[in-house]
Design a protein around this ligand. Structure first.
Ligand SMILES: [Zn+2]
Length: 113
């Protein structure tokens, strides 16, 4: 079981390395746990939906993700994830997002849209 875990860790590391080569990932805090490839795919899909939510696919989410895209975001409270700019409505929302962006994006319910 130890070996299996080590293999999974190596696989995730290689995946992260591949992403590091193809895209700018250095803005992510090192202590945040790396999402699995399945989670990364879901995050990418949710980010695309959030981006589209404001009517334009400009890689800027102009509504607050932490408020389920129901609040207008402000450029003053901007975070970046997977190269997408996310405008939060307040410093508090930005702080919560920055603490664990992957979980925040995964928690976004886009099924009702
Ligand atoms: Zn908010």
């Amino acid at each position: 079981m130890k070996h299996r875990h080590a293999f999974a860790t190596i696989a995730v590391s290689i995946f992260a390395l591949a992403l590091g080569i193809t895209g700018c990932k250095k803005e992510e805090p090192a202590e945040a746990k790396a999402p699995t490839p399945e989670e990364t795919a879901k995050i990418t899909a949710n980010l695309a939906l959030a981006d589209l939510h404001d009517g334009t696919t400009d890689r800027v989410v102009s509504e607050c993700l932490m408020c389920g895209l129901r609040m207008k975001g402000s450029a003053e409270h901007t975070s970046k994830y997977q190269g997408v700019e996310l405008h939060m409505c307040s410093a508090g929302c930005k702080k919560h997002f920055d603490a664990d962006p992957a979980t925040a994006i995964l928690a976004l319910d886009t099924s009702s849209e």
